[in-house]
Design a protein around this ligand. Structure first.
Ligand SMILES: *Cc1c(COP(=O)(O)O)cnc(C)c1O
Length: 412
């Protein structure tokens, strides 16, 4: 940085306009929950380097190791050579490339639905869809642990939001009954897999309930895609609920290894979103490399089902060893994990963050998560194994986690 720009930034920092942000950050520091970004020096892999330190990586959503799979890299490069690095416009103006359509057709076939639309991210897919399909006279019945992008979409829609207790189908029905005489539309919405606890949404019970009350059923399968169901088709496939969920959301940013989100459903749902979903209308579409990468990823899900088997074998091993060591990995005061997402409950926010930092120093990368992402008193580190971790890497991570936890008094 040259002299002039240093002076400029120093002056900017001294201006009073944003002093409330500095005060808020000081408060986080006092609570011990302020964090710095960890910087990945190489690839998103089971063993990699963050901030120059080699670690066993238990922090990514790269469930199947696709984020750096050679076939996906090749597909991205080939598409870049053929079609360039950018799409040049939003989808509705001039930015719909043939490869975008190919990806959507591929996902629709994979998910066994009429049609699909891809958004820039899973966040945009949820927020853009919920806000587009409902209005202020309508009602949203939402699980209390649903993802932030659903909550933001619900707020943007201006519909009334009714929150039901986590996975509590009876409570959802109670709310539906209370709304029975309301003329507005009702939308029941749940995550397929909950991102902080790793438990599975009761799609098999909520979909029939929504049918009974004539409500729209929507499932966000961000953490279920590539993980649950045949070849990773998600929670609807896992529960055999094909044809009974009106709006299926998934992400291309987790198991699929790249970036994006999608909505699957009827032709009219998708056509309507083309006309009304604001991220689709007002934000530029993916570069062709992203679409090509995702197409290659869906091919791989079907061609290499052993990846998902390895993911689940690693999950079972890792979780049973943690339990054997005496860790609380959910199921007592928090939901019990049913997927590779493994919360190690610590309790106090500061302690969880300290635990995560101590593990990092010893070569294990697992994210500390505290309030407001999870309730007060239920802070944790969250570990996610992938299909690509070796048994030796898992054993080393387990040994380190146990040793550090004992040093810190987290384990007796
Ligand atoms: C990660 C996540 C999203 C957002 O997906 P992105 O593609 O990362 O924007 C949406 N919903 C849930 C449940 C998630 O876990």
């Amino acid at each position: 940085m040259d002299q002039t720009s240093t002076q400029t930034s120093t002056q900017a920092a001294a201006r009073p306009q944003l002093a409330h942000l500095t005060a808020a950050l000081d408060e986080l520091r006092a609570k011990g929950t302020h964090f710095r970004l960890r910087i990945l020096d190489d690839q998103q892999a089971p063993v990699c380097h963050y901030d120059g330190r080699q670690v066993i990586n238990l922090a990514s959503n790269n469930y199947l190791g696709l984020a750096n799979h050679p076939k996906l890299v090749e597909a991205a490069i080939a598409a870049t050579h053929a079609f360039g690095v950018g799409s040049g416009a939003v989808r509705t103006i001039a930015g719909t490339m043939r490869i975008h359509m190919e990806l959507e057709e591929k996902i629709a076939r994979f998910k066994n639905v009429e049609a699909c639309v891809v958004f820039q991210s899973g966040f945009a897919a949820n927020a853009g869809t919920v806000s587009a399909i409902l209005g202020k006279e309508d009602f949203i019945l939402s699980d209390e642990l649903n993802h932030a992008s659903i909550i933001d979409g619900a707020r943007l829609s201006r519909a009334s939001i009714k929150v039901f207790r986590h996975k509590d189908v009876a409570h959802c029905e109670e709310l539906l009954l209370q709304l029975a005489s309301e003329p507005g539309k009702k939308l029941v919405i749940t995550d397929g897999v909950f991102s902080m606890d790793g438990d599975i949404g009761p799609v098999d019970k909520l979909a029939p309930l929504a049918e009974k009350y004539g409500a729209i059923m929507m499932v966000d399968d961000a953490h279920a895609s590539g993980v649950l169901g045949r070849d990773g088709r998600g929670s609807i496939d896992h529960f055999g609920m094909h044809g009974r969920v009106d709006v299926q959301v998934g992400t291309l940013s987790k198991a699929i290894g790249s970036l994006g989100g999608y909505v699957c459903g009827s032709k009219d749902l998708i056509d309507y979103l083309y006309h009304r979903a604001r991220p689709f209308l007002f934000s530029t579409s993916h570069p062709p490399s992203v679409a090509a990468t995702c197409i290659a990823a869906f091919d791989l899900l079907e061609a290499e089902p052993e990846r998902i088997e390895r993911l689940w074998a690693n999950t079972r091993y890792f979780q049973s060893e943690l339990k054997r060591a005496g860790f609380n990995i959910g199921g007592i005061t928090t939901p019990a994990t049913e997927t590779p997402i493994t919360p190690i409950i610590v309790g106090e926010g500061r302690k969880a963050m300290d635990f995560s930092r101590a593990l990092f120093k010893e070569g294990v990368m697992a994210t500390g998560i505290a309030f407001p992402t999870v309730p007060e008193g239920k802070a944790r580190i969250r570990a996610i194994v992938t299909s690509e971790h070796t048994r030796a890497q898992l054993d080393q991570a387990l040994e380190t986690t146990e040793r550090v936890a004992k040093q810190m008094g987290i384990l007796a």
